[in-house]
Write a protein that binds this ligand. Structure first.
Ligand code: GLU
Length: 545
C-alpha cells in the first residue's frame, strides 16, 4: 500500500511535519544534570492529597537539579472532565504554594500546555506513523470489539486487538479504507505493535529498580475518533516535545510502561527516566491498609485542609515526611530551612506507599506554627479567615493588637507552646479571652475552698506586678487558706495541707478560662485585666452549688 497516499487520505488537513515541531521546540539549554519534570493532572475533580504529593516530588527533583518544573493539563478525556476542573487545579496548586516554572496558567516556550489545544501536533505525528507504515485506521465498532472480547474469553485467549488473528483492520486495502471513509464511517488510529505479549522488556524505575515486564502486544489506539489522543500517545508526544527528562507519576501507569516505551521507539524518540509513586494509604476502620479514597475520605480532598486552615508550610512539611522518612529529624535540626534544602532522594522513597495520618499532620502543624512569630501567625490566620471564616475575620481585624498579644503568650521563649494546629480552631482555642467561659471545677476541689480563694483573689491581683510578685501573691493566698506555699512542702507532708499553690492556681485558672490547662496564666491575667478577673471570679462563686 502507498502509505503516503493513506496518510493524506486520513489527515487531509494536516500540512505540518514532525520537523516543524522539532524545530519549534528545540532542546532546552540546561546544565547536564538538570531534570525537567512536570505535573500532569487531568481535570476530573478536586485536587487529591496524592496529587499534591506527586507534584511536590516532581517539584523537588527539578529544584534540586536546577531544572524545570512545568504544569501540563491532560484533558483529552472529555467524558471525565468536570466543569471548572482546570481552574480548580491551578488555584489549588497555587494556594498550596506549588510554583511552576512554566505551564498552564504560567505560559512558556513549550506550550500550549493544555492537551486539548495540541490536537494538530498529535495528528501530525500520527500522520507520520501512518506514512511510515507504523499506524493504520481501524473502523471496528464498539459492538464488534465487544464481540471480539467475548470470543477471546471463550477461547481463553489474550484479550485485545492484536495480530495476526484479531487486528483485522491492519489488513484493509487502500480501496477498502477509502470506501469506508467516503461512506462517513468513523475510525480511530491504531499503532501497529511489533511485539507480542510473550516478549519481555527490561524496565527501570528510579524507586523500584530494574525489572522485566511483559511487552504490550496490542495495536493500541493512538488517536480516538474525535481526533484527540488517549493518554499513551499524548504523554509520549508531549514529554518528547517539552523535553521532559524525568516522568514521575502514579503507579497505576506502571503496567502501561511497555506500551509507552514502544511508542517512543516507533517515533524515534529517546524516552525519559521514570519513577512510579505508590498511592498514599490510610489505616481503615478494620485496622488494615487501604488507598486514601476520593469517595470515602474527606481528607483526600485538598480543599479539606484549606477549609480547616492548616498552614501551607505545615502541610508541605507533613508531605515531606511521607516523601522521605528522614525528613523529620532533619527538620528538627533545620527549623527554618526551606524544604528544597533537604537532601531528598527518590531512592529513599518507600515503594510500598506512605501512610496518611492526620494526628501526625496536627503535630507537625503545631510544631510549625510554634516556630513562627505572632505577626506571622496573625497574618496566616487573617488570610484563612478572610476566605473561610467571617466571624474570625471580624474578630481578628477588630482586635488586632489584642490578638497579637494573645498569640505572643508563650511564644518567644526557648520552648514555645504548641497548642494550635489549624486556624479553624483558633477562636475556640482562645475563646475565653473574649467571652466568659463555661466553668466546671475539677472534683477534687471543695466548694468552700473555691469560694474563699476566688472571693479574695481579685484583691490579691495587681496589674503592675511582675510574674514573680504575681505568683508570690498566689502563694500568700494559698498559705492563708491552708494550701502549701511550695509544692515540695506539700509533698513532704501532704497530711498538713489541703493542697498546694499549684492547686490554687488551677482554681483561678478554671474560673478565668474554664480550662485546667492554658498558656501562661500570668499573661492571660494581664490581658484580661483586673475588671474581667474580678467579674469572672465573682461569677464563678455565684454559680457554685
Ligand atoms: N493525567 C495523568 C493522571 O492524571 C498523568 C500521569 C502522568 O503524570 O503522566 O494520572
Amino acid at each position: 500500500m502507498d502509505n503516503n497516499k493513506l496518510a493524506d487520505l486520513l489527515f487531509p488537513n494536516i500540512d505540518k511535519t514532525p520537523e516543524y515541531y522539532e524545530k519549534k521546540y528545540p532542546a532546552r539549554k540546561l546544565e547536564a544534570k538538570a531534570e525537567v519534570t512536570r505535573y500532569a493532572p487531568s481535570p476530573t475533580g478536586f485536587v487529591h492529597f496524592g496529587a499534591l504529593f506527586t507534584s511536590l516530588v516532581n517539584n523537588l527533583v527539578a529544584k534540586k537539579t536546577n531544572g524545570v518544573f512545568f504544569l501540563r493539563i491532560e484533558d483529552t478525556d472529555k467524558k471525565r472532565e468536570v466543569e471548572g476542573g482546570v481552574e480548580g487545579i491551578i488555584n489549588t496548586l497555587s494556594a498550596f504554594d506549588i510554583k511552576f516554572d512554566e505551564g498552564a496558567g504560567t505560559g512558556g516556550e513549550y506550550g500550549p500546555y493544555i492537551q486539548s489545544e495540541r490536537q494538530e501536533i498529535y495528528q501530525t505525528y500520527a500522520k507520520e506513523l501512518v506514512r511510515q507504515g507504523k499506524a493504520y485506521p481501524c473502523f471496528c465498532t464498539a459492538e464488534e470489539l465487544e464481540e471480539m472480547r467475548k470470543t477471546q474469553e471463550a477461547n481463553k485467549e489474550n484479550i485485545g486487538y492484536y495480530h495476526f488473528k484479531y487486528a483485522k483492520c491492519r489488513y484493509l486495502t487502500f480501496e477498502e479504507i477509502k470506501e469506508k471513509i467516503d461512506k462517513g464511517e468513523k475510525f480511530v488510529i491504531r499503532f501497529k505493535c511489533p511485539y507480542t505479549v510473550d516478549d519481555e522488556i527490561e524496565i527501570y524505575d528510579a524507586i523500584r529498580g530494574k525489572r522485566f515486564i511483559h511487552q504490550n502486544g496490542n495495536d493500541v489506539v493512538i488517536l480516538k475518533s474525535n481526533g484527540l489522543p488517549p493518554y499513551n500517545f499524548a504523554h509520549v508526544i508531549d514529554d518528547h516535545l517539552m523535553h521532559t527528562t524525568f516522568v514521575i507519576r502514579g503507579d497505576e501507569w506502571l503496567p502501561s510502561l511497555a506500551e509507552h516505551l514502544q511508542l517512543f521507539e516507533a517515533l524515534g524518540f529517546t524516552p525519559p527516566k521514570y519513577a512510579h509513586l505508590s498511592p498514599i494509604q490510610k489505616i481503615d476502620e478494620n485496622g488494615g491498609r487501604r488507598k486514601l479514597s476520593k469517595r470515602k475520605d474527606p481528607e483526600a480532598d485538598m480543599n479539606f485542609f484549606a477549609k480547616a486552615g492548616y498552614p501551607v508550610g505545615a502541610i508541605k512539611d507533613y508531605i515531606m515526611t511521607l516523601v522521605n522518612s528522614d525528613f523529620e529529624p532533619w527538620r528538627q535540626q533545620n527549623k527554618t530551612a526551606r524544604i528544597y534544602d533537604f537532601p531528598f532522594s527518590l531512592q529513599k522513597m518507600n515503594a510500598s506507599g506512605a501512610l496518611f495520618d492526620i494526628m501526625k499532620l496536627k503535630d507537625i502543624s503545631k510544631n510549625y506554627l510554634a516556630t513562627l512569630s505572632q505577626n506571622e501567625v496573625y497574618d496566616l490566620a487573617l488570610a484563612y479567615a478572610k476566605e473561610y471564616n467571617e466571624q474570625l475575620y471580624k474578630s481578628l481585624t477588630e482586635n488586632k493588637d489584642y490578638w497579637l498579644n494573645i498569640l505572643s503568650i508563650d511564644r518567644n521563649i526557648p520552648k514555645p507552646r504548641k497548642d494550635l494546629s489549624h486556624f479553624e480552631e483558633l477562636y475556640d482555642t482562645f475563646s475565653y479571652m473574649f467571652e466568659v467561659p463555661k466553668i466546671v471545677f475539677p472534683e477534687n476541689f471543695k466548694s468552700e475552698d473555691i469560694k474563699q480563694i476566688l472571693s479574695e483573689y481579685p484583691n490579691y491581683y495587681n496589674e503592675n506586678d511582675d510574674q514573680q510578685t504575681w505568683f508570690n501573691r498566689i502563694k500568700d493566698l494559698s498559705e492563708k487558706h491552708g494550701f502549701a506555699r511550695e509544692v515540695k512542702e506539700f509533698k513532704n507532708s501532704p497530711e498538713k495541707y489541703k493542697g498546694h499553690c499549684g492547686d490554687v492556681s488551677t482554681i483561678i485558672r478554671v474560673a478565668l478560662t474554664g480550662r485546667t490547662q492554658t498558656p501562661n496564666l500570668f499573661d492571660i491575667c494581664k490581658l484580661l485585666g483586673k475588671e474581667n478577673i474580678k467579674n469572672r471570679c465573682e461569677l464563678a462563686v455565684k454559680n457554685l452549688k
